[in-house]
Design a protein around this ligand. Structure first.
Ligand SMILES: CC(C)=CCNc1ncnc2c1ncn2[C@@H]1O[C@H](COP(=O)(O)O)[C@@H](O)[C@H]1O
Length: 252
């Protein structure tokens, strides 16, 4: 990060021996207390944990306060530099940035980095919301506002709160998790006027087909829910979906 702002748990990088014990893992890997002393200690630890979670929300809200129109892009952390998929991410970040949006990613390597790189090339605000992981990793170098979160759920709130749309490049579990979180929020009207765009008909086609046949066929979702997803192939097509949604928001 050249001239950006960076906030986050600095101690993560301070002691490599601590890296395996991420905050999420400390929160979720519960071992029932066996003694009274352990129980007392757990009460204290969990109380402080609540305050750390609160402070992470406050830091995130403060850092992103001035972000207006923004689009969050998800995608694989493993996309190799120079691959077609990486170049697609660069072109996508550039196109979204050129259309006047700030671009938000998970701040990591692969497709996240490619999209931040493209946003930077377009002169758009390039934002990375990273996550503390059990191996050393820093935010990619194409970020103007960078936050490294301790807790996945706090970071997820920021992805949605500050974006007007989600775009998914091909990816693995992380990308699917983010996609289905967004779909559930839109389906349950927690967020409205919120396009969800999948880039790559070849990659996503099988999943969308399964959703349309199996989930609709078995009554797990309504047929209209399939319409929450747009599947496209090019950055221009992504921008067209974003612009249609922006126009609908301006003239509801
Ligand atoms: C090489 C490697 C595994 C690095 C992991 N480093 C990461 N840094 C930041 N966000 C991440 C990382 N891994 C997964 N994510 C989150 O999950 C998504 C990618 O996960 P996946 O590679 O599709 O499943 C991203 O959109 C991001 O929000």
């Amino acid at each position: 990060m050249a001239a950006g702002r960076y906030i986050g748990p600095t101690w993560v990088c301070a002691d490599p021996a601590d890296l395996a014990l991420t905050s999420d893992r400390r929160l979720l890997n519960r071992r029932p207390p066996r003694t009274t002393a352990e129980l007392s200690q757990l009460k204290i630890d969990d109380s402080w944990r609540v305050l750390r979670i609160q402070s992470e929300f406050v830091s995130g809200f403060d850092a992103l306060l001035h972000v207006e129109d923004a689009v969050t892009v998800f995608g694989s952390a493993r996309t190799p530099l120079g691959s077609d998929a990486y170049e697609l991410g660069v072109a996508l970040g550039r196109a979204i940035g050129a259309a006047g949006y700030a671009v938000v990613t998970g701040g990591g390597p692969g497709s996240m980095e490619s999209v931040n790189r493209g946003a930077r090339q377009a002169g758009a605000r390039s934002i990375g919301l990273g996550i503390e992981l059990p191996f050393e990793q820093s935010l990619n170098p194409f970020i103007d506002i960078g936050i490294n979160f301790r807790y996945f759920f706090v970071r997820k709130t920021m992805f949605v709160k500050y974006a007007q749309a989600f775009v998914c490049l091909p990816g693995g579990f992380g990308t699917l998790d983010e996609l289905f979180e967004a779909l559930t929020l839109v389906q349950t009207h927690k967020v409205t006027q919120f396009p969800i765009v999948l880039v790559g008909t070849d990659f996503w086609g099988g999943l969308v087909e399964w959703i349309s046949t199996r989930l609709v066929g078995e009554g797990m979702i309504a047929a209209t829910d399939v319409g929450l997803i747009s599947v496209v192939d090019t950055p221009d097509q992504v921008v067209a979906v974003l612009e249609a949604s922006r126009a609908a928001r301006a003239d509801p």
